[in-house]
Write a protein of this length. Structure first.
Length: 95
């Protein structure tokens, strides 16, 4: 059994913070999408096309993956908090 120096409530707060950060990444991605769209209307030529291919083909998917990873991290922490809470309930009830 692992030793954790944090209680279930603290872990839940950390999970909530991680969920918040995942939402923040989503907001940043929306801002970048808008800026990229504006840039695309102002920029012409081959470089513009290359930029769009890179942005939508590589950069944005990596941001989406990062956001999803933060969400999965939050889910793991939330699950650990629930396990600690359940163990404490069992211990406190004498089971």
């Amino acid at each position: 059994m692992s030793s954790v120096r944090v209680d279930a409530d603290a872990m839940q707060r950390r999970a909530d913070q991680l969920y918040d950060e995942a939402r923040n990444v989503g907001a940043v991605m929306e801002g970048l999408k808008e800026l990229s769209a504006r840039l695309h209307t102002e920029w012409e030529g081959e470089e513009s096309s290359s930029f769009s291919e890179w942005y939508y083909g590589e950069f944005r998917p990596n941001l989406i993956d990062g956001q999803a990873t933060i969400g999965r991290f939050a889910e793991v922490i939330f699950g650990c908090a629930q396990e600690i809470s359940d163990e404490n309930m069992c211990r406190d009830s004498g089971d």
